[in-house]
Ligand binder design. Sequence first.
Ligand code: PGA
Length: 878
Amino acid sequence: MMEIDARLREDVHLLGELLGETIRSQYGDAFLDTIERIRKGAKTARQGSAQGQRQLTESLDGLGEDELLPVTRAFNQFLNLANIAEQYHHIRRRRPDEPEPFENRVLSELLERLKQAGHAPPELAEQVTGLDIELVLTAHPTEVARRTLIQKYDAIAAELGNQDHLDLTEGERLAVRQRLQRLIAEAWHTEEIRRHRPTAVEEAKWGFAVIEHSLWHALPNVLRHTDQVLQAATGQRLPLQAAPIRIASWMGGDRDGNPNVTAAATREVLLLARWMAADLYLRDIDRLAGELSMHQASDELRLSVGVHPEPYRTLLKQLRMRLHATRAWAEAALREESLPDTAVLQDNRELIEPLELCHRSLHACGMGVIADGELLDCLRRATTFGLFLARLDVRQDAGRHAAALSEITEYLGLGRYADWDEAARTRFLLAELDSRRPLLPTHFEPAADTAEVLATCRVIAEAPAASLGSYVISMAAAPSDVLAVLLLLKETGLQRPMRVVPLFETLADLDNAGPAIDALLGLPGYRSRLYGPQEVMIGYSDSAKDAGTTAAAWAQYRAQETLVEVCARHGVELLLFHGRGGTVGRGGGPAHAAILSQPPGSVRGRFRTTEQGEMIRFKFGLPAIAEQNLELYLAAVLEATLLPPPAPEAAWREQMDRLAADGLAGYRDIVREHPRFVAYFRQATPEQELGRLPLGSRPAKRRSGGVESLRAIPWIFAWTQTRLMLPAWLGWERALAQAEARDEGELLRRMREGWPFFRTRIDMLEMVLAKADGNIAALYDARLVEPELLLLGEQLRDLLSQVTTAMLRLTDQSELLAHNPETRESIEVRNTYLDPLHLLQAELLARSRRVEQGADSPLEQALLVSVAGIAAGLRNTG
Ligand code: PGA
């Protein structure tokens, strides 16, 4: 183990050295010396050296205007390189005496454990085959790195892999080093900040690229491995039809608060996905046509292609022709032209059947070893990705549907839908759903917002069913929110079922989720329109922003429990869709632990979750890492299904009620009730400046106003930059203090021992606290905050130290993460690069607020680079 860690340190060191050489070539020795002085100062200052602190501040103070940008860039790049080394480290070649990583053994070990727990092999095989996990890639604007840089980072990781062979000659080793040097120079000389916001379609293309470069390769490998371990454990193989993991997307479909995602953009993205899928399969089929030159074939295949010396190739050529036609058709449709669609592939079976036929025939003729190679991989892809690559979800705000219906009812002289109570709305919607005459008059010309809602529904109605996932309603509260969408879809011509999914995302709505779904399922007019499971989405990050993480986590848990009970009572299957962000304050954290801490009965072989923004790159950007994460998902969902955690004891639940109530009060007393809180937030953090970072296609705010108008992402992002990380812990200090005052420390410890939900919350909180840093936050205050607000800053930092002390008592440690030295070390290494960035950022913020700067000015650029660097350095925290 030590050996492996030493290799990580070597890699970090090497990349840093090569970056240093690059910087020296551009700016010379003196400049590199300055960087080194800053770095060493930061390092020794962290070890408590007053001299180091002086060296750090003096070096930074001594920087000329024109040095600010390159210094900021240098530290940003160091952090990115450290990330690459760490990411590669997870998948690095293991030497024979080094242990296999957990992710690679998790599934086989789990199957053994399940057998020992009494699950019979046929049952296990059935469970694995029936798993239904859907990962929904979203365009949440948290990915700070440009795509062109990501490609270079991936290439650097690949070179680290090349270097990791023991048998390289001197010349080979030198060549790797030179390639690394060149890649690092390329990255250094590339601007790290996008000049423009990506369009919605560009975001979707980014998602497709992740599929093309990583998931397309990773998924068949994961299924091949699953097949092997399943066979070893149960004697049964993973059937060809099994698709335990699928990919869906929000990119180009999520229009909630994002006016740039229009109906036209969604249509374009759907067509692009078809184009991309056809193109990817063509590459596979070309390779297969080269491979499958065999002559021997089954009668079935011969009958299908006629007499031919190379029957497999003949069949594949037919498929290739249809894929060409499909790609050309999609390309023409993207140009608003139309081509005949007779040969276009419309149904996944048309893609899968010829491949299955080849597979069967090869097996029948004693060529199973050929059948189970590339051909099987292609078949697995066809089953997993299909002709549409990723199912696209649509998301829109409940308020937009209500506004559209109001405009319609007013036009019809029925009054204003928005003014009706829930009973009146439901009555109206159910009657209209049953009605045979159209609701929308032909000459109705709605205002732009309503027209856009209707146009989106039309795009849905026209798209093939298999290209779409769910229609998600954000800020949903009541049954009418769901019925409203059903009606709008019906009125725009949708004649097949579509999953319409309420997203509950405030504390009040989560508390009411069970009763709302109960009422919905109790409506015969709804039940007769529900095909398949009832899908419900849980919003982790907005509920945390609304109520703090203590109360939100408990509300999310209880909502799921109630939904399990309600759906069971109605005899309806439940599919929970988890809207988790990447950072802890937005419900993020390791997926494996998160799934295993779900309420019992809430998983049942099905799991749908978002994978957002930068987490897509971290978890799925490289094929080998993607494989590990996909296997973790498989294992965790299987385990949560077959070995669910025990239901919490009554005393634990009562304790959670108390913690949540105290946490809520602690959080809201500050965030909602403190009269100057918003003013402090605006001054002490880069919240306003973040809006200028062109991260994603959507605006940072839904409307103008205070914290409530801000989306959860910039809210969390801003506090992460200053290291106060307030939203991730605020409320816990009061919750834990009150529990201690009630002398319930022992109870808390028992809960942590015995209840995965509670343990995961505490672990995540500890990680956040280890990365939070009151001293850094104080530097921002000193530079940026008006005197009258300084006291509030001090108060908040005092709360941070209170929660830290309570955490140490609860976990019985003298320092945070004492039980997790690896994470501690990773944070310490990063601090050396982060500290200068924080100091620079506070200074840059002060200057940029004093004198308005042009967007292209070096100062503004340096500010944005500092934001990107800190985000990269802190990864999943905030
Ligand atoms: P949303 O997501 O603002 O798109 O609802 C919030 C988040 O993921 O943090």
